[in-house]
Design a protein around this ligand. Structure first.
Ligand SMILES: Nc1ncnc2c1ncn2[C@@H]1O[C@H](COP(=O)(O)OP(=O)(O)O)[C@@H](O)[C@H]1O
Ligand SMILES: [Mg+2]
Length: 295
């Protein structure tokens, strides 16, 4: 494929001192000065999903071109790459949201715990593989009801009030929001701050007890403070749920990802540990991208 790189845009990097990181990032390597914040994962990762030779087209336009990669619990996987390279399309295919686009066609296979996802009932799949979008989209109801809604929907019979109260609080605590909202769980969700709304959306996604959490640029509408809170949360969540995050923010990927998939024009150019992809990229296109030459 003939590649025409998009216009040059330099990435703003933190003007932090140019030291190597604790995890051995080389001084002078791309993203030097940016901080890798993640505590190392427990190292105990379990395969949850396998993407095998997946291609997705809109009409005749190929958006994802023969991508294969694993998605593991215990790790955060970041999908990076310039705008329009297919990150959202690939993410949406993981719980069959791409099917909702009438022009989209799909080839290849995706499995969840060994089962082909096309054989699963879509609603059941979307409960196990849940998505959080770029713009926080809480339901126009109270904080409590945002979570209770999912819990009620999921329960075989109507949960008892005390059990529901307890579970709502647990879920909010899990998403790091309880302290800020527990004085008034009847507060309208839409009156929370953007960062709180996004954590509520993550809480709502977690309420269904998913195996895989998909996040499509979850912080791009948020201020740096809320972004940091959500990044910390994502790193904590990876032990219980496989996390896939799309981000165009390389520093964010660098801070929170264990594995990184670099996409360009629909192709998966490089997949590897965050340390490898950022510190010693194998491919020229990755090297250019992570060093901010284009993006
Ligand atoms: N619903 C759609 N219909 C047609 N083309 C689409 C649609 N969604 C995305 N595309 C195209 O598919 C390509 C990949 O888009 P997307 O997955 O949104 O990329 P990214 O998330 O990396 O920015 C782009 O060229 C985009 O214009
Ligand atoms: Mg996108």
């Amino acid at each position: 494929m003939e590649l025409t790189p998009p216009p040059v845009r330099r990435l703003p990097l933190d003007p932090a001192p140019g030291r190597g990181d604790a995890d051995g990032h080389r001084p002078g390597a791309p993203l030097d000065g940016a901080r890798r914040r993640r505590a190392p994962s427990s190292g105990f990762a379990t395969d949850r999903m396998q993407v095998e030779d997946v291609s997705i087209a809109y009409g005749r336009k190929l958006a994802v071109d023969r991508v294969s990669l694993p998605i593991r619990q215990g790790e955060v996987l970041a999908l990076i790459g310039p705008s329009g390279c297919g990150k959202t399309t690939l993410l949406r295919s993981l719980n069959r949201l791409t099917e909702l686009t009438s022009t989209a066609s799909f080839k290849g296979s995706i499995t969840l715990d060994g089962a082909d996802i096309t054989r699963l009932e879509p609603t059941a799949l979307r409960r196990r593989v849940t998505m959080v979008f770029q713009q926080p989209n809480p339901f126009p109801m109270s904080v409590f009801d945002n979570i209770a809604y999912v819990l009620r929907e999921q329960a075989a019979r109507r949960p008892k009030r005390a059990a529901l109260n307890r579970r709502v609080r647990e879920v909010l605590a899990h998403a790091g929001l309880l302290d800020e909202v527990e004085h008034d769980l009847r507060h309208p969700a839409l009156r929370l701050s953007g960062g709180q709304q996004q954590r509520l959306c993550i809480a709502r996604a977690l309420a269904a007890d998913p195996e895989v959490l998909l996040l499509d640029e979850p912080c791009s509408a948020l201020d740096p403070q809320s972004t940091q809170v959500i990044e910390d949360l994502i790193v904590k969540l990876r032990e219980q749920v496989a996390v896939v995050i799309v981000t165009h923010n390389l520093q964010q990927a660098y801070r929170i990802a264990d594995y990184v998939a670099f996409m360009y024009l629909g192709e998966l150019v490089e997949y590897g540990s965050a340390t490898q992809v950022f510190g010693a990229p194998r491919e020229q296109r990755t090297r250019e991208y992570v060093s901010g030459a284009f993006g």
